[in-house]
Write a protein that binds this ligand. Structure first.
Ligand SMILES: Cc1cc2nc3c(=O)[nH]c(=O)nc-3n(C[C@H](O)[C@H](O)[C@H](O)COP(=O)(O)OP(=O)(O)OC[C@H]3O[C@@H](n4cnc5c(N)ncnc54)[C@H](O)[C@@H]3O)c2cc1C
Length: 429
């Protein structure tokens, strides 16, 4: 049997691609190497706790999410729009002045940034909210650090707030990521909520997958090669297809595309940003609000970049009577698990006191490929092409922007390029 379309990878991009093809009446077979769909959006159930594989949130302002997801069915609940910054031995609340004006008045007096910095946030917000999302993602770009300095933010504000906040989003604290991503992220955070689904982040890809026909997704099916006739599976079996969409992570897409000697250009970037996430069970949460806690003193204070209590956002993340604490480190440290755990507990004991010694370590996730790197050079328009040659397409966050939104859009774009070409050539009915 010759398949119309084979999509390699059942992450958000692959699923969004298959759904868009299905809308057009084109059947796609999704081949996923892992034992479940979702790729990097994955939740493990451990002793009644929901552990997302790496701390992540869904931003309700993502336009593509509004288009393709049933957000009501995810039972999303929001984080507090702001952060608690640990700076020089104390916690300071930084509030979103548009949604929490009273808290913002208090934070005006906090040592996290000058009064001028707080006013500059307004300018950045106005710029980020101007035009369309596409315009923000194609605006003239520099690095995030250069853009913040150009806007006049003080080094104190950059170090105490932007490095840990954006460092937790971009997974790099040097702020080398394109200023397009700064504006995109600012726009999304100011236009909606950072939220978690009741059943964990994996509910998002599962929702997409359930909309595909039975049998449209095959898990535990690793593709090792792609050519004009279709794909080769691990073990050597061949599956013929009229068209193939490679919807894997960037490095694997590069490998599979390189094996196809006939592809016509379209480099696939491969550099990665990693992260490490530790989860703890606590009898009492270290904070009382569903808020993000940021390490405003930088790495000198310890390995932690940010922390939160997901069970204060979504109670179902922990069994009754317990709290789940999620701790994020930017990058994947060379330290072994035991030494890393000790360093994290030392830092957090300093922050929250001796109660931290009573926390129970649940799991440490080291994720070397969490996001594709998105420096100005890597967000170049030439790296966004989704057509590699006739019948061969590529999708994934590395084609768009390192985010849920980017993955979903890339899947749709690849599907639409395939549909347009097959209509032109009459290759797929
Ligand atoms: C820890 C972490 C935190 C994040 N935080 C956020 C956040 O807060 N907000 C946000 O918007 N985004 C966040 N992201 C990014 C977001 O999760 C990704 O951008 C998005 O999920 C990427 O989807 P994708 O489909 O492009 O790739 P993936 O999810 O990587 O999917 C690729 C799929 O291809 C499969 N595959 C690979 N090779 C093969 C093969 N040879 N054969 C068959 N299958 C194969 C993989 O198993 C995988 O399922 C985070 C990511 C991580 C890891």
């Amino acid at each position: 049997m010759v398949h119309d379309v084979i999509v390699i990878g059942g992450g958000l991009a692959g699923l969004a691609c298959a759904l868009r093809l299905q809308q057009q009446g084109i059947e796609a077979l999704v081949l996923e190497g892992a034992d479940r769909v979702g790729g990097r959006v994955c939740t493990d159930r451990v002793e009644g706790f929901a552990l997302d594989r790496g701390f992540q949130v869904y931003l309700t302002a993502y336009p593509e999410g509004r288009r393709v997801l049933d957000l009501d069915a995810l039972w999303l609940r929001p984080f507090y729009p702001g952060a608690l910054v640990r700076r020089r031995g104390r916690f300071h609340k930084v509030a979103d002045p548009w949604r929490h004006p009273l808290d913002a008045l208090v934070s005006l007096a906090s040592p996290v940034g000058t009064l001028g910095d707080k006013l500059r946030v307004r300018t950045l917000r106005a710029r980020a909210r101007g035009g369309t999302v596409e315009e923000r993602l194609s605006a003239p770009q520099t690095t995030t650090l250069a853009a913040l300095r150009r806007d006049g933010f003080s080094e104190g504000m950059i170090d105490a707030f932007f490095r840990p906040f954006l460092g937790g989003v971009f997974l790099e604290r040097e702020l080398e990521t394109s200023s397009r991503m700064l504006e995109f992220v600012f726009r999304m955070f100011s236009a909606g909520d950072a939220a978690l689904p009741a059943a964990g982040m994996q509910a998002i890809p599962e929702q997409l997958s359930l909309r595909l026909p039975a049998g449209a997704v095959r898990t535990e099916t690793v593709v090792t090669g792609v050519d004009r006739e279709g794909v080769t599976l691990a073990g050597g079996k061949r599956l013929p297809a009229r068209a193939v969409v490679i919807a894997t992570e960037g490095p694997e897409a590069a490998r599979l595309a390189a094996a196809d000697r006939e592809r016509a250009g379209g480099a696939v970037p491969g550099a990665a940003r990693g992260t490490t996430c530790l989860y703890f069970a606590a009898s009492q949460p270290p904070v009382t609000e569903p808020i993000l806690v940021l390490a405003g003193d930088g790495p000198a204070d310890g390995p932690v970049n940010n922390l939160c209590v997901p069970s204060l956002v979504q109670p179902a993340y922990a069994p009754p009577g317990a709290a789940l604490v999620s701790v994020t480190i930017v990058g994947v440290p060379a330290l072994g698990d035991a030494a890393l755990l000790a360093a994290v507990l030392d830092q957090l004991t300093d922050w929250f006191g001796a109660a931290v010694r009573g926390w129970r370590h649940l799991r440490t996730y080291r994720i070397p490929y969490a996001l594709p790197s998105a420096t100005p050079a890597e967000l170049d328009p030439s790296s966004r092409a989704v057509r590699l040659r006739e019948g061969l397409y590529v999708a994934g966050d590395h084609r768009e922007s390192p985010s849920t939104q980017g993955a979903l859009v890339s899947g749709r774009r690849a599907a639409e390029a395939l549909i347009a070409e097959s209509e032109r050539r009459g290759t797929i009915a």
